[in-house]
Design a binder for this molecule. Structure first.
Ligand code: NDP
Length: 280
């Protein structure tokens, strides 16, 4: 018998409402992996010690969520390509004695989107310019999106993302201010909502988008995973659009992270079902 189990987990604050542990451990069980995923609340002041602890205890890898995605970089030994461009890390992978930071936020999003449409050569409208939107924007650009229009309430944050895209990727990015109800330009292929509007408990909130401007050729994606059926996703379905919900993004991040840690291609359906069973 071997009672020494491989450890993985998450450092965040707050941590109590993070459902990732349920999703990952369901996949470990399904694939017969006797691994553990430990959800840990870590304050910013304790982050350095937490990472040293993970190193000392031989953790195979871990996630970092709010507020550690940028600060953790100082405690790592290297970064993957997109994490370096995005400037934030949410997945740490052990490579021998080294801890390497990766960012799977945007890659999870693109993997979920690709089940419906390939971003290569597409024209994209992206709402939001926070951490999630930034990761999504970079990965959409690296996946070959030709044009990305960033629409954000704060012009300053919007322009930071646009400058990053134009400076570090081949996409053509521009900023459009978000004043009043936004009319999605005809000819847009993919519409992505990556602000926090509509996140539980504000489930009745709707991003100020003219849903009459959504046409059936457009794919509409929402980063909000709780609830998965946001008002925006429902409106897009009603307009005949194909849709991608935020659970897909969360699940695909898990798929990518577990591949890094265990080498196993895990079944996304098991993880999605585990999240749905929680009835968030
Ligand atoms: P940030 O706080 O970094 O960014 C918030 C974004 O939302 C900004 O662009 C902000 O605009 C915008 N925003 C907030 N309130 C409003 C409003 N009333 N009207 C218009 N815009 C608004 O958050 P994150 O980027 O980290 O997260 C955003 C969302 O993405 C969250 O809901 C989170 O749950 C979700 N997410 C989902 C993941 C998944 O796997 N499904 C993974 C990661 C995040 P401004 O710049 O003007 O303030």
């Amino acid at each position: 018998m071997n009672f020494l189990l491989p450890l993985t987990g998450s450092f965040a604050q707050p941590a109590a409402e993070n459902p990732t542990v349920a999703m990952i451990e369901a996949a470990y069980r399904h694939h017969g992996l006797d691994w553990r995923y430990i959800n840990v609340e870590v304050s910013p002041d304790d982050l350095a010690d937490a990472v040293r602890g993970a190193r000392a205890m031989g953790w195979r890898g871990f996630n970092c969520s709010i507020p550690h995605k940028v600060a953790v970089i100082d405690h790592l030994d290297g970064l993957g390509k997109s994490a370096e461009i995005i400037g934030a890390v949410n997945t740490i992978v052990r490579d021998g004695d080294r801890l390497i930071g990766e960012n799977t936020d945007g890659r999870g999003f693109v993997a979920a989107l690709k089940t419906v449409v390939d971003p290569a050569g597409k024209s994209v409208v992206l709402f939001g310019a926070g951490g999630a939107a930034r990761a999504v924007a970079v990965e959409m650009a690296l996946a070959g999106a030709t044009r990305i229009t960033v629409v954000n309430r704060s012009a300053e944050r919007g322009r930071v993302v646009v400058d990053l895209l134009n400076g570090r990727t081949d996409t053509q990015a521009s900023y459009t201010s978000w004043e009043g109800t936004f009319v999605v330009p005809s000819g847009s292929d993919i519409v992505i909502h990556a602000t926090s509007v509509g996140l539980y408990p504000d489930v009745d909130a709707m991003p100020d988008i003219d849903t009459d401007s959504l046409t059936p050729e457009m794919v509409v994606a929402d980063g909000i995973h709780n609830p998965p059926l946001t008002r925006l996703i429902q409106a897009a379905k009603d307009r005949g659009c194909k849709t991608v919900d935020g659970l897909g993004m969360l699940v695909q991040q898990g798929v990518i992270g577990m591949k890094y840690w265990t080498g196993v291609d895990v079944d996304p359906h098991v993880m999605r079902q585990a999240l749905l069973d929680l009835e968030l």
